[in-house]
Design a protein around this ligand. Structure first.
Ligand code: NZQ
Ligand code: ZN
Length: 388
């Protein structure tokens, strides 16, 4: 196992009827900005409930944070923070609203052109670059990204999606009430199952470092997602299935399973380019790219692929290659069983677009991906060819 630091200060308020806890964890004299997305939280009545709970606190609102939140949208909220002396932000939404809110808090504390904050990639923005960062909490409406308990955001600007990380970007608290997610459309639930599954895989499917706790926690999350995936997509009000999805998605990317292990974020990096270029939902890009990554990297990932085949899919017969083939097939079948397409051509993107995707990977410096940083553009090309 590698050395690691683990830090996660987010308070999780999980379960039925937890919304009232907002009152306890937002200072009574705070001036609050509520951030939300395109209107689902208004339609469901959630924003009205939140406002009632905030009671006499002075409240401002900023709606319209779009999926794959855009820099140009978020800077408008920065002005509201400055001009109204906002001292707490409450994000009500999915990964896009929570990520967007993280960026708003950072940009509001930065004395300069906030596009500078998009340049750090996976490195933490140094604390001394930022001033006082406004604290924020979240009411999660879509289980998928883990943003409710991590310190990362992904911000869209021009034709790219830029990771932004800061030690000061953990939510102070997140309300995880599975019932709040009942209004999600089917495709977004499926996206969430896949995002959580791939987050887990990208911290698990590398090479063995004898990290038994992390491996078995990851396998537990994968098995849970496989068990509840179909039910939570087709039975939106099945509380127990949804509760397991919500907690799996949070656990998949709150840092715990990624401690002390190699990680391979290839699928996310290529997937982000597909979203930026073709507008394909984040979760769906992952379902397209991942089976091809496993296939193309079967030698580098041989030992973990066999462990995955045996422990997650219960495959014990056949030679190594046959076990790996079957594990990849079962992974693809699982994604498709949720109603998600696993080929680019089914999104009307064909091989003629591969050069454009490769160009974007190059422009964003994504030329040495994977746990061993030897996944060059020609290997990304092979992955894309197999994803068509
Ligand atoms: O905007 P509204 O009207 O609220 O509708 C949203 C949106 O259209 C809707 N929705 C959310 N909750 C709902 C609901 N509709 C009905 N009922 C509810 N309860 O769902 C749509 C998608 O929402 P979005 O927030 O975009 O989805 P998701 O949570 O999948 O977030 C995706 C974003 O997160 C980033 C992605 O790149 C993408 O930008 N990621 C963030 C990560 C992180 N911070 O750690 C890691 C991930 O890998 C990912 O990259
Ligand atoms: Zn993701």
């Amino acid at each position: 196992m590698f050395n690691f630091d683990f830090y996660n200060p987010t308070r999780i308020l999980f379960g039925k009827d937890r919304l009232d806890s907002i009152h306890e964890y937002i200072p009574i004299d705070a001036t609050v900005l509520i951030t939300y997305g395109g209107g689902s939280a208004i339609k469901s009545g959630l924003i009205a409930k939140v406002k009632t709970i905030l009671g006499k606190r002075k409240v401002y609102e900023f709606g319209g944070i779009e999926p794959n939140p855009r820099y140009e949208t978020l800077v408008k909220a920065v002005e509201i923070v400055h001009s109204n002396n906002i001292d707490f932000i409450l994000a009500v939404g999915g990964g896009s609203v929570i990520d967007g809110t993280k960026f708003i808090t950072l940009a509001a504390s930065y004395n300069g052109d906030s596009r500078d904050l998009l340049k750090y990639g996976f490195r933490h923005i140094p604390a001394d670059v930022l001033g006082k960062v406004v604290p924020f909490g979240a009411v999660l409406t879509l289980p998928a990204t883990g943003s409710e308990m991590n310190n990362g955001a992904v911000i869209s600007y021009e034709h790219g999606k830029f990771p932004v990380m800061s030690e000061q970007s953990f939510p102070k608290f997140s309300i995880l009430d599975p019932a709040i997610t009942f209004t999600l459309p089917r495709n977004q639930v499926a996206n969430g199952v896949i995002d959580a599954f791939i987050h887990t895989m990208e911290q698990y499917m590398t090479f063995p470092v004898d990290a038994r706790v992390q491996d078995r926690m990851a396998e537990g999350l994968l098995l849970t997602l496989i068990e509840i995936g179909a039910a939570t997509v087709s039975e939106p009000e099945n509380y127990d299935a949804r509760a397991n999805l919500v907690w799996s998605a949070t656990m998949a990317l709150n840092g715990i399973i990624g401690t002390g292990v190699p990680q391979d974020w290839t699928t996310h990096m290529i997937g982000h380019e597909l979203t930026a270029l073709f507008g394909i939902d984040h979760g769906q890009t992952l379902a397209i790219i991942y089976p091809a990554v496993l296939d193309v990297r079967r030698i580098q990932k041989n030992a973990k692929l066999l462990q995955y085949a045996e422990r997650v899919w219960n495959i014990h017969k056949g030679n190594d290659n046959e076990k790996i083939d079957l594990a990849i097939q079962k992974t693809r079948d699982f994604f498709e069983s949720l109603g998600v397409k696993t080929h680019l051509s089914l999104h009307n993107v064909y091989a003629d677009k591969i050069p454009v995707i490769i160009e974007q990977l190059k422009a964003h410096g994504l030329t040495a991906l994977s746990e061993t940083q030897d996944l060059t553009l020609d290997i990304s090309q092979k992955i894309l060819e197999k994803s068509i």
